[in-house]
Design a protein around this ligand. Structure first.
Ligand code: AMP
Ligand code: MG
Length: 304
């Protein structure tokens, strides 16, 4: 396993290479955000469409303080470093490769000490989507990253504390809007800047309906026992993911889905999280994983 230390990771980033980086949300597939060629390699490695923009990770972005509005300054002061991404007007030095050609840029200051150490040591902001192949489950350990990218240089920062991606807020319009629920509860954001619109005037490119999916068909339900029984009666092999308290559920979600998927079921029945806080992020990911395919369109394993 090509695990690397911090100096080596920083050297690779400076040389235009890719590095697997732990953050408190999920592991990222990182490249120098200011180098369009390095950024292009992220899209190639992931198989991600180039019009799905990347989040730029910064130590503490002076641009936010220099140009952005009061909302951005207040949110950065309250929640950075942390699992909050702010979409803001892009400045000219941010390459189009990072923003998918959009006039906006998504910025986040990660809290994980190794991610911060990499930002400091390399002296570079890094662009990073999750370190998985496009559409698959996000990685929350170094081993998950290496399962998808065996030759990638990875910084091992242990298991991600939050376990789901960041909350994304669009600040490019007059009304702040939630683009994606995530690791920072929406109520915490609304306590600082007031109500968020639930859809945005800015397109949220890449927030696909179908995403974050295991290999098995995923069915999300409030009644996992009944749902599991229904599929078993149809001859399907079923694994069940039961809800935990919202924060614990978010922390465990992707690893649990991987472990259940590895048993080779036809269907994974997942119980909805209690709504609110991180439960909203969990339910968003379950909804998208479930949107990929419909269990009732398939027969037992091997017959479709
Ligand atoms: P991820 O797929 O976890 O890397 O998250 C990236 C997501 O952030 C994208 O799919 C977009 O929804 C959002 N995003 C990133 N950059 C921008 C941008 N410039 N404008 C609007 N949304 C963005
Ligand atoms: Mg992702």
């Amino acid at each position: 396993m090509p695990l690397v230390d911090l100096p080596e990771a920083a050297r690779r980033l400076q040389a235009g290479g890719l590095v697997g980086v732990p953050t408190e949300t999920v592991y990222g597939l990182a490249a120098n955000a200011l180098d369009p060629v390095a950024v292009a390699a992220i899209f190639r490695a992931k198989g991600r469409p180039t019009d799905h923009p990347l989040i730029v990770h910064v130590l503490d972005d002076p641009d936010v303080h220099a140009i952005a509005d009061d909302r951005a300054r207040a949110l950065a002061a309250a929640f950075w470093p942390g699992p909050l991404t702010l979409v803001l007007p892009k400045r000219p030095h941010v390459p189009d490769a990072v923003t998918g050609g959009h006039p906006t840029v998504a910025l986040r200051s990660p809290a994980h000490p190794l991610a911060r150490a990499l930002l400091e040591r390399s002296g570079l902001p890094f662009a990073a989507p999750s370190a998985n192949r496009f559409g698959e489950l996000s990685p929350t350990t170094a081993a998950h990253v290496l399962a998808a990218f065996p030759d990638l240089a990875v910084l091992d920062g242990g298991r991600c504390a939050v376990g789901v991606e960041s909350t994304i807020v669009d600040l490019t319009g007059p009304v702040a809007a939630l683009l994606r629920p995530g690791g920072l509860p929406v109520a915490a954001i609304e306590a600082v800047i007031g109500p968020l619109a639930r859809s945005s005037r800015t397109a949220a490119p890449g927030t696909l309906t179908a995403h974050y999916a295991p290999r098995a068909v995923l069915v999300a339900t409030a009644a996992p026992d009944e749902e599991a029984a229904r599929h078993r009666a149809l001859g399907r092999r079923v694994e069940v993911l039961r809800a935990l308290a919202p924060e614990a559920y978010a922390h465990a979600l992707y690893d649990a889905l991987r472990a259940l998927d590895a048993r080779g079921p036809d269907v994974i029945v997942a119980e909805w999280a209690q709504p609110g806080g991180l439960g909203d992020a969990v339910n968003d990911r379950l909804r998208r994983a479930a949107a990929t395919r419909n269990a009732d369109e398939r027969g037992p394993r091997g017959t479709t």
